[in-house]
Design a protein around this ligand. Structure first.
Ligand SMILES: Nc1nc2c(ncn2[C@@H]2O[C@H](COP(=O)(O)OP(=O)(O)OP(=O)(O)O)[C@@H](O)[C@H]2O)c(=O)[nH]1
Ligand SMILES: [Mg+2]
Length: 301
């Protein structure tokens, strides 16, 4: 357990992780972190769409050496724009560690605001300005399909039921104060990513979305949900399989066990404290004085 929680250097070349460009010319205030695996068709449309927005958003792609050459497309954009960055990992290591590497790199790039989104246009680019604006007085903004105004289009009934079921289960088990716990379209303030101990996150697949949310809620950060319409991907293939779903369920149980152990430890700590520091009995200003008369003794306070 201890070993698992040990901090790792998630951006080291010895580990097969390469950065393009190595050192960017200036700090990047807003960074959109996008993990990719075989997203060539999407990425060459997505990058111009984000660069075309009014906000100056930097794009950070985290690619696991996709066989379809996604990284080559990204490198071509890097030649043309200082706002495009790449973390290239030589092996497929999963959506989970890709997210951790991306968050770490975004912080190293100097980001004050970090966006997390998919490459497949299921997280439409048009919501980015709204999500960034909604961060005004909170720490994390979640794009949500499950609040008024949100939803999903072009999706099979089966996928809609999976979304609803997974969220109902997560909310019931974990008691989170939000509706859409499984969407990976979110915006974080820098201080949140600095506080949640990124390098000790251990989910390998999409369960990382839940693991990050767990730490955000545990950290007491302020959250806001903003409605969005999820659109099913038009190009490329989903990496979601039955085994991925089962892995997410397994992670939900693991997080619940952690939550219960934490609550039990906090209870024991409070009980031990109060048994060694019993509270002073409160003085009662309305107690009758020895004279037998019932007086207002509030001035004694
Ligand atoms: N770097 C990296 N990115 C990945 C990996 N697996 C998936 N991704 C990316 O993570 C994002 C989410 O994956 P999707 O396949 O769209 O899975 P999903 O969004 O959970 O499922 P759908 O709702 O069907 O799209 C996409 O941008 C993928 O390209 C991986 O092993 N490594
Ligand atoms: Mg997707």
């Amino acid at each position: 357990m201890r070993l698992l929680r040990e901090k790792r250097n998630v951006l080291s070349e010895e580990d097969g992780t390469y950065l393009f460009p190595k050192s960017p010319p200036a700090p990047c205030r807003i960074v959109a972190m996008i993990p990719t695996y075989n997203e060539r068709e999407n990425i060459f449309r997505l990058i111009p769409a984000i660069l075309g927005l009014e906000e100056e958003i930097h794009i950070l792609i985290v690619d696991d050496n996709s066989p379809d050459g996604t990284a080559d497309v990204v490198k071509e954009f890097i030649e043309k724009s200082e706002r495009v960055h790449l973390v290239l990992r030589t092996k497929k290591r999963g959506r989970g560690s890709a997210g951790v590497a991306g968050f770490r790199r975004a912080l190293d790039l100097g980001a004050e605001i970090v966006i997390e989104m998919d490459a497949d246009f299921s997280h439409p680019v048009r919501y980015l300005p709204v999500l960034i604006e909604a961060l005004e007085d909170v720490d994390v903004v979640l794009a949500s399909r499950l609040v008024r105004g949100g939803g999903e289009v072009n999706r099979s009934l089966k996928r809609i039921l999976i979304t609803k079921g997974a969220n109902l289960l997560t909310r019931t088990v974990m008691g989170y104060p939000v509706h859409d716990c499984t969407a990976g379209y979110r915006v974080f303030r820098r201080r949140v990513l600095e506080a949640i101990e990124l390098e000790t996150l251990s989910a390998e697949g999409p369960a990382i979305v839940g693991e990050v949310l767990y730490r955000v809620v545990r950290g007491g950060f302020r959250l806001r949900e903003v409605p969005y319409i999820y659109e099913d991907r038009q190009f490329g293939r989903s990496t979601l399989t039955t085994s991925t779903l089962l892995n997410c369920l397994w992670w939900l149980l693991k997080l619940k066990a952690r939550q219960m152990m934490r609550d039990a430890a906090a209870f024991r700590k409070a009980r031990d404290f109060y048994s060694s520091h019993p509270p002073e009995p409160a003085s009662d200003p309305w107690r009758p004085k020895k004279t037998g008369k019932y007086e207002n003794n509030a001035k004694d306070l």
